[in-house]
Design a protein around this ligand. Structure first.
Ligand SMILES: [Zn+2]
Length: 199
């Protein structure tokens, strides 16, 4: 069985359904993950894990490790930019073209010959607009595909989505996050090293 997990930010795959993905992978399913953004606009952490400029890079590397640890076969970043959290912790969805984004999800389903799709809940778990967007667009993509296959031969128009990349998570993954560069930012005594071997 081929599974596609479509989520908005790095870490959503682990927090929301990591156990399910790991179980499916351990039982022989090919688990593919598609992520809307690299989480560039998320919280920097305390002390900061990275500066704003490099947060997306760090979270991408973390996600490569996480998906590898969960047993994933591929990880695709769909190329959208996560807006920075606003005043009063206001959350936003990235700028996007709905038709284009749905086309990217349709393409992923076709490319990996997906049998089942997992994504965010209709309420965005805690109302996050990006989570709601991914839920609605994934649902629209699956519905469009189902209608296509039941009423006419597949004919989805080509799209020109943002530059997106698919990564094969390594079996063994180590990385060192960039140290914060702000002079006012406390620097850890030693770099944090993360190891994610697959057992
Ligand atoms: Zn999220």
């Amino acid at each position: 069985m081929n599974i596609l997990c479509v989520i908005a930010h790095p870490d959503d795959e682990t927090i929301l359904c990591g156990g399910t993905l790991a179980l499916l992978a351990s039982r022989g399913a090919a688990v593919h993950v598609a992520c809307l953004t690299r989480g560039e606009g998320g919280e920097l952490g305390e002390p900061p894990l990275a500066d704003r400029e490099h947060l997306g890079e760090v979270r991408e590397q973390e996600m490569v490790c996480a998906v590898g640890k969960l047993g994933g076969k591929s990880l695709t970043f769909l190329g959208y930019v996560d807006p920075v959290i606003g005043p009063d912790n206001q959350l936003f969805a990235p700028e996007h073209n709905p038709t284009m984004l749905a086309g990217q999800i349709v393409n992923a389903i076709r490319q990996f010959e997906i049998d089942a799709v997992l994504t965010h809940g209709s309420n965005g778990e805690y109302g996050h607009p990006a989570h709601v967007l991914v839920h609605q667009t994934t649902l629209a993509a699956v519905t469009a595909l189902r209608q296509e296959y039941t009423t006419q031969p597949p004919n989805h128009p080509a799209t020109q989505p943002p530059s997106h990349r698919t990564i094969q998570p390594p079996n063994h993954c180590c990385f060192t996050p960039s140290a914060p560069t702000s002079p006012n930012t406390p620097t850890p005594a030693s770099p944090t090293k993360m190891t994610a071997p697959i057992s």
